[in-house]
Design a protein around this ligand. Structure first.
Ligand SMILES: [Zn+2]
Length: 466
């Protein structure tokens, strides 16, 4: 008995060691496998520092944006397309973190944990990736920004398909001006490796009044009966929130139309810190969003140390609040979609070289950001802004709803002129697209951002409208 039990014990001990050994091996492989396979020294995947074994990248129409031909990474024939799609495609060195050549590098090279670099060995390259964007639309948007820095993003707010994502400045990936970028003293290439749509954070200015208005609709029962007096500024605790004009005595809707800071500071004080914070939390501020492999910069709203005067400024989008453009697009899309947010997506499809689908985009619901009734009221208000203030002639045939912003920026944010914003959407049933435009230091939202939004939305209408 004694001998047997000792032998059994030794066997158990050996078995335990074996299992532990496997565990260590498995863990080591699991934690390092990506590095081993993706190491630049791995000649199956890389020659020099380029993605020679990556599959092709196409736009929604199948137009090739990047492909590997005889071991060479090549890009679209058209310089304008290469430049306008730089940030969604990504550079070959991996500086543009949210570009799919970096964020989807494993998928593009066909590397996966189970098969290793199986596809590459068999077919000479990895998976093909189709983007949701339309390259021509990206060119239109990039050109519409003119000489200014900024971003334009458009998505279908019912399906989540991002059809346009551009960030400026960019460069022609086939002729990268490395010297100019490295020795840039004029700021021409400032933030060139950042996709401002996914990674940018901006002071929202008056576009934030949409959010203050939502909180007012939810928390102030007689908001539509109230009158606000604007003498050009509104005094709070010895300071004041200033207006761009003198708006006289106006109601809630008119206050949003003319973007009256005095009225919206009064509204923010009535809503109060707690309610305004609750509204922003419901809309996903201070929350991390990921779209597939792409992380969005996190929008910030924090009134924890705000005075009453700060609360007034926060209500008009001029406190410490920062908003990511893609997040703002989700918010305005949720208004258009009766309160229900839909998650934007950039990757339409990933297929292996023998035609198997690895990933296919599907519509993913986000939070119910607004109640249906609040969304319905906001739809009326945003429509009223265009109909009664900006003018439908500035968006001919589009039936646009929206809000401009002229966001004053601190010197750290890069300049004296304010950022120009427009966020909005078409209310036409055949055109369920929402748009965000930010023109950095572009001046007035109405004078600068509306013409950009109109030009690109007209192209959206040509492409998708009935
Ligand atoms: Zn005013």
């Amino acid at each position: 008995m004694k001998t047997l039990s000792r032998r059994a014990w030794i066997l158990y001990a050996l078995a335990a060691l074996f299992v532990a050994g496997l565990g260590i091996l498995f863990y080591t492989f699991w934690s390092n496998a990506d590095d081993w396979a993706m190491r630049h020294a791995n000649r199956h995947l890389y020659a020099g520092d380029t993605l020679t074994a990556a599959g092709s990248i196409t736009d929604e129409t199948g137009a090739v944006l990047a492909e590997t031909v005889d071991g060479d990474r090549q890009y679209n024939d058209d310089r304008d397309v290469r430049t306008a799609t730089l940030h969604v495609v990504g550079d070959s060195e991996g500086y543009i973190a949210t570009g799919v050549q970096t964020a989807y590098q494993e998928e593009l090279t066909g590397y996966n944990f189970v098969d290793g670099v199986y596809d590459v060995k068999r077919y000479g390259k990895g998976n093909d990736l189709q983007l949701s964007v339309n390259a021509d639309l990206c060119v239109t948007a990039y050109d519409a920004l003119g000489d200014e820095k900024g971003t334009v993003g458009i998505f279908n707010y019912e399906t989540g398909q991002l059809v346009c994502v551009v960030s400026k400045p960019a460069f022609d990936i086939a002729n990268k001006p490395t010297e100019n970028i490295n020795n840039d003293t004029t700021g021409e290439y400032e933030g060139v490796y950042m996709n401002r749509f996914f990674s940018g954070l901006y002071t929202p200015g008056s576009t934030f009044k949409i959010i203050t208005a939502a909180s007012a609709i939810d928390n102030i029962s007689d908001i539509d009966d109230q009158r606000f007096r604007c003498t050009g500024s509104y005094g709070i605790d010895g300071g004041s929130v200033k207006c761009l004009g003198t708006h006289g005595t106006i109601g809630f809707e008119r206050a949003l139309n003319v973007s009256c800071n005095s009225a919206f500071a009064q509204i923010a004080l009535q809503v109060g810190t707690e309610n305004l914070t609750a509204t922003t939390n419901a809309l996903g501020f201070n929350q991390r969003y990921t779209l597939g492999n792409i992380r969005l910069a996190q929008s910030r709203f924090d009134l924890s140390e705000a005075s009453q005067l700060d609360l007034g400024w926060a209500g008009v989008g001029q406190y410490t609040t920062l908003v990511n453009p893609c997040h703002m697009l989700m918010i305005v899309g949720a208004i258009a979609n009766d309160g229900q947010a839909v998650m934007p997506y950039l990757v339409e499809r990933i297929t292996t070289q023998n035609g198997d689908t690895v990933l296919e985009a599907e519509t993913t619901l986000g939070a119910q950001m607004f109640s249906e009734s609040t969304a319905a009221r906001l739809q009326e208000l945003l429509r009223s802004n265009v109909e009664n203030y900006y003018g439908d002639r500035r968006f001919r045939g589009l039936e646009m709803c929206g809000k401009t912003g002229t966001a004053e920026v601190s010197s750290e944010e890069g300049g004296d002129d304010p950022h120009a914003w427009f966020v909005g959407y078409s209310q036409r049933e055949d055109l369920p697209y929402a748009i965000v435009v930010v023109v950095e230091n572009g001046g007035g939202g109405s004078s600068t951002a509306i013409p950009v939004a109109n030009e690109v939305m007209q192209a959206v209408d040509d492409l998708y409208g009935e």
